[in-house]
Design a protein around this ligand. Structure first.
Ligand SMILES: NC(=O)c1ccc[n+]([C@@H]2O[C@H](COP(=O)([O-])OP(=O)(O)OC[C@H]3O[C@@H](n4cnc5c(N)ncnc54)[C@H](O)[C@@H]3O)[C@@H](O)[C@H]2O)c1
Length: 272
């Protein structure tokens, strides 16, 4: 008996096998869930369909993966198409995973004060508004008692130099989680986020994860970094009926880093 036997869901945000969305999908599929997947659309001139291929390499081998369709979350028509496919394939679904973020590199590389207007709008649209767009479009398809999980980061709660405009997006996303939790609450649909510590992924590289990994190892109470599997399991918990009384929550999976009010054991380094 698996925790997700009889459950179906859509996973948005797999780019490759390092993606957090894939860690979540692997966990819920191992527990019995059937999953549909989306990939970032390929440019028409990319004959090799690299985005699709990278995700298909994973989903083709996964027994419980049922479909793979393109989706740019900034395009409402594409969202409507994915809703249609999901309805055709699954009828209704029990969960939705939102594991998507983007900001132009030139805006991530500069100080927050220099963020461009266009970069800010784009980053907000893809990284925060998309949760509203998806939750709204999927209202008719999500079963009562369903669950939505988004991925966030501590840089939305406190200033984390280097995370910059993405921190502002995460603050908006965290708030969106709470407002959507309120809107969907009467249907017992829960909306939560996992706030993960740094993990090496495509998006992570753009957001300066390498420095963070060293810092977390030194500062987090547990004295280590977290793993993809730990995030997959925590998100799986929030998506499952085990979390039936939890909504609007930001669950930190960060070896405790966020509770620190001082650099902790890192200070010892400066005492010598
Ligand atoms: N890696 C980390 O350290 C870390 C920590 C905390 C939170 N997160 C969050 O986890 C989520 C997943 O990121 P990841 O680290 O797995 O990296 P990733 O690069 O594997 O995933 C990001 C995904 O966003 C998708 N995406 C970007 N623009 C899109 C668009 N317009 N339409 C549809 N999809 C789009 C990409 O295709 C990719 O699949 C993000 O929200 C990220 O901010 C990551």
């Amino acid at each position: 008996m698996g925790l997700f036997d009889g459950k179906k869901g859509l996973v948005v945000g797999v780019a490759n096998d390092h993606s957090i969305a894939w860690a979540i999908a692997e966990y819920v599929m191992a527990e019995g869930a059937l999953c549909g997947f989306t990939h970032l659309p390929d440019r028409p001139d990319d004959k090799r369909q690299r985005n699709r291929r990278r995700v298909a390499l994973l989903t083709d081998k996964a027994e419980n993966a049922r479909f793979l369709v393109p989706l740019d979350v900034s395009d409402d028509d594409q969202i409507a198409e994915v809703v249609k496919t999901t309805q055709q394939e699954f009828g209704t679904i029990d969960f939705l995973v939102h594991s998507v973020a983007f900001a132009p590199l030139e805006d991530l590389k500069v100080d927050t004060i220099q963020t461009s207007r266009a970069g800010f709008k784009l980053a907000m649209e893809i990284s925060a508004y998309s949760l509203i767009a998806l939750a709204n479009a999927f209202q008719p398809v999500l079963n009562d008692g369903g669950s939505i999980v988004a991925m966030t980061y501590f840089g939305g709660e406190k200033a984390v130099p280097g995370y910059n405009v993405m921190g502002i997006c995460k603050a908006a996303l965290d708030s969106t989680v709470k407002y959507l939790a309120y809107d969907l609450g009467p249907r017992q649909i829960r909306v939560n986020a996992v706030s993960a510590g740094p993990l090496r992924t495509l998006a992570g590289r753009g957001a300066g994860v390498d420095d963070m990994l060293t810092l977390y190892e030194k500062m987090a109470p547990m004295g280590r970094n977290i793993t993809h599997e730990e995030v997959g399991r925590a998100a799986g918990f929030l998506l499952s009926d085990m979390a039936s009384g939890i909504t609007g929550e930001i669950l930190h999976v960060d070896a405790g880093y966020n509770i620190m009010g001082s650099p902790g054991r890192l200070v010892e380094q400066y005492r010598q």
